[in-house]
Design a protein around this ligand. Structure first.
Ligand SMILES: Cc1ncc(COP(=O)(O)O)c(C=O)c1O
Length: 387
């Protein structure tokens, strides 16, 4: 043990707690940019593998590493790497898979900046993308080309909550030698483990449920040692979008209550969603956990539960819906999700680009009492209906 304590190469994550810090119940925050060595010989040895050994925090920091090991375990992956934001993880992961001249098939309702990254940013570097709605395997298959190297998935999508058949997508990608990446932010590993269904790489916005308190930003990629190591040595190290130790420790704290929070989010969201299905101003509720959802069976097949972000369609005028949102007390108006507070946003989308707009109200059910949230919704709608 003495030998281990003095070694510069000891990874804190090898033990359940850091024996060098009085058995502190929380892992200490290693707030340092570099790690110093007693002898140049030790330094030279460490430099042979800057990812396994602690040399510089842009590569490997023990506080961040502790979190990475936990997330890899949760997602049933070999390894994970944390980034400064979900977009840093997503862009780096995509770049690790494609080269100039390659083609990508991506879900058309994937997170907006991800789509922009593919259709505009990577387009500048000779990568083309075909967007598909992702519900039909025939459509997905016919979108692939000889040079398709990536199937980018997000299931469910985070405005309309549509699913892709993950096992079928993984099989399709394998048959053409392409890699699959899925954004699993919505479901979290509590409700969906894409790697066990054959998907190659899982990305998350840690900013959402993982951190759980709307107080920090981060992202992560999880997968096989081979695929994630490739990202670590190139996109991660060269672009430098790293997670700081302070953020990692906050996320580690968040992770401890993730299963508890997800259980509560699931129950509360289903109560609120069921209530909304009975309201005259709602034409449909987009929540894969409801029997009426067109892909409910697929949801039950590939997920073990549901999270608390969903939407409803309404034929009411958009201004009235915005007034409704402004009249709520518990629900705040805003982007993102995953924290304590419930959120709402009113969106107009034109899926077919025909000038026919669809009013979609996105609801995030937080950790408040669902009875209070339902009262809030009913009171706000009564209020806007008086005029
Ligand atoms: C589904 C989804 N993926 C990825 C992201 C990007 O994450 P971040 O904002 O942490 O970069 C978001 C952000 O809202 C998201 O909703």
């Amino acid at each position: 043990m003495q030998e281990k304590e003095e070694s510069m190469f000891t990874s804190v994550a090898e033990t359940p707690f850091d024996e060098r810090h009085y058995g502190a119940i929380n892992p200490p925050i290693y707030q340092n940019s570099l790690f110093a060595f007693k002898t140049h010989q030790e330094f030279d040895l460490a430099m042979k593998d800057t990812m396994k050994n602690h040399v510089y925090s842009r590569g490997n920091n023990p506080t961040v590493e502790y979190l990475e090991k936990k997330i890899a375990m949760l997602e049933s992956g070999d390894v994970s790497k944390c980034f400064a934001s979900g977009m840093a993880a997503i862009s780096s992961t995509i770049m690790s898979v494609v080269n100039h001249g390659d083609h990508v098939v991506c879900v058309s309702q994937a997170y907006g900046p991800t789509r922009e990254f593919l259709s505009e940013f990577l387009f500048r570097f000779g990568v083309s993308t075909t967007f598909v709605d992702g519900k039909s395997m025939e459509e997905l298959k016919s979108a692939t080309r000889i040079n398709t190297k990536l199937l980018y998935l997000e299931s469910p999508t985070s405005l309309l909550f549509e699913l892709q058949d993950l096992s079928a997508c993984a099989a399709l990608a394998k048959s053409i030698g392409a890699v699959t990446i899925i954004d699993n932010t919505w479901a979290t590993p509590c409700h969906q483990k894409p790697l066990t269904l054959g998907i190659d790489l899982v990305v998350h916005s840690i900013t959402k449920y993982f951190s759980g308190h709307s107080d920090c930003m981060g992202g992560v990629v999880v997968g096989s040692d081979k695929l994630v190591s490739k990202i670590i040595f190139k996109e991660y190290m060269l672009l430098g979008g790293i997670m700081t130790p302070q953020v990692a420790t906050t996320v580690t704290r968040g992770l401890r209550t993730l299963p508890l929070r997800m259980e509560r989010h699931e129950k509360s969201a289903l109560i609120v969603a069921e209530h909304l299905t009975k309201q005259a101003y709602v034409t449909r509720v987009n929540h894969p956990g409801l029997n009426q959802h067109p892909q409910h069976e697929l949801a039950l097949r590939q997920m073990t539960g549901f999270s608390s972000l969903f939407s409803f369609d309404s034929d009411e005028p958009i201004e009235k819906l915005k007034q409704f949102a402004s009249s709520l007390n518990y629900f705040r108006i805003g982007v993102s999700w995953g924290g304590y507070e419930s959120l709402i946003s009113v969106n107009q989308i034109d899926l077919q680009q025909t000038g026919q707009y669809r009013n979609v109200v996105r609801i995030y059910v937080g950790l408040e009492d669902p009875a209070d949230l339902i009262d809030d919704i009913d009171n706000a709608w009564r209020q806007v209906s008086l005029f």
